[in-house]
Design a protein around this ligand. Structure first.
Ligand SMILES: Cc1cc2nc3c(=O)[nH]c(=O)nc-3n(C[C@H](O)[C@H](O)[C@H](O)COP(=O)(O)OP(=O)(O)OC[C@H]3O[C@@H](n4cnc5c(N)ncnc54)[C@H](O)[C@@H]3O)c2cc1C
Length: 288
């Protein structure tokens, strides 16, 4: 157990204060015990994956942050079970090497399997829920459970974990159903998708991926651009000139600066087009 552990370097934004207490755990039972203890002692906790969808407050996070790093995987025919701490990109390569198709979209998701289940991550028009068979999880006070996609209420960047009755639950592992195919073809498709993405999005900067969810039938990036907000800045936080739905930390940006920029973009898009953007990035920690 570490105290006052910096979190900025554990997020893709590179922003945020320390965790009051911090644990990195690979054994599911150990993670389960830690969050069960927190519940019994009324200590707040936050589960951390790869930190690629988080804006951590400058004053850090109260209570315990548990970084989930169980990275085992098992290929059984066309079914693949992966630990919540395994990166989606890594799993995409593993399944291609096993000559399976249908998971290529995951090469665009830098987060973990747990983080992907948490909000039905997806890319290039495909979503995790299209291949997910079940997820194993843990609910403090109730123990280990198996959830169907229906029970998880997965939808575009939402689930019962993020927005419903499973808030605070741990994803332990996920099982996906894929098809037999040619691994080489899968690798080539992933390479092409990655190339295209590098040309249109500031992937190599410090960012959190898409800042806003796409409103139905529209694209948040298009709206931000149409509102003339590309290049808008608060301190070292700037709306990418390459893609309007990315905010880049140019170096030393604070969480407050990013949040101010997010709120400014939301207000301007609302004023110009009457559309209320909703953040996809999650703001966690001591904001008040
Ligand atoms: C360059 C870049 C590109 C991106 N592109 C995409 C994209 O194309 N599509 C897309 O969907 N997302 C994209 N993202 C966002 C991000 O990768 C996804 O949202 C991902 O699912 C987050 O996973 P994570 O492990 O990083 O979660 P974190 O950011 O660590 O956490 C996010 C939330 O998930 C919860 N969580 C994490 N692990 C668990 C667990 N085991 N059990 C329960 N809850 C858990 C956390 O508590 C937190 O509330 C991108 C991000 C970046 C930086």
């Amino acid at each position: 157990m570490k105290e006052a552990e910096p979190l900025a370097s554990r997020t893709s934004f590179g922003i945020g204060g320390p965790a009051e207490f911090f644990l990195e755990l690979a054994r599911p039972e150990a993670i389960e015990n830690a969050i069960q203890d927190c519940c019994e002692r009324d200590i707040p906790y936050l589960l951390l994956g790869a930190g690629t969808n988080l804006l951590v407050a400058d004053r850090g996070v109260e209570g315990l942050v548990v970084r989930v790093v169980n990275r085992e995987h098992e290929v059984d025919g066309t079914r693949v079970r992966a630990g919540a701490g395994l990166k989606m990109m890594r799993l995409a390569r593993i399944v291609a090497d096993a000559n399976l198709r249908g998971f290529e979209f995951a090469i665009g998701v830098p987060g973990t399997v747990g983080g992907a289940v948490y909000q039905d991550a997806g890319c290039w028009g495909r979503e995790l829920r299209e291949v997910l068979v079940e997820a194993e999880g843990f609910v403090p006070g109730k123990g280990r459970l198996t959830w169907t996609p229906l029970a998880l209420k997965l939808g575009y960047r939402t689930s019962a974990l993020r927005d419903g009755d499973l808030s605070g639950a741990l994803v332990v592992s996920a099982t996906v159903q894929l098809q037999r195919g040619d691994g080489e073809e899968a690798r080539q498709l992933m390479a092409r998708l990655t190339r295209e993405r590098n040309e249109t999005q500031p992937i190599k900067t410090k960012n959190c991926g898409s800042v806003f969810k796409n409103p139905t039938g529209d694209s948040a990036g298009r709206l931000v651009q149409a509102a003339g907000l590309k290049g808008a800045r608060e301190g070292a936080a700037v709306v990418s000139s390459l893609h309007g739905n990315f905010i880049v930390n140019e170096g030393g940006a604070t969480a407050v600066e990013v949040r101010r920029l997010i709120e400014r973009v939301m207000a301007e898009v609302k004023r110009r087009f009457g559309i209320q953007l909703e953040p996809e990035v999650e703001m966690v920690g001591r904001w008040k």
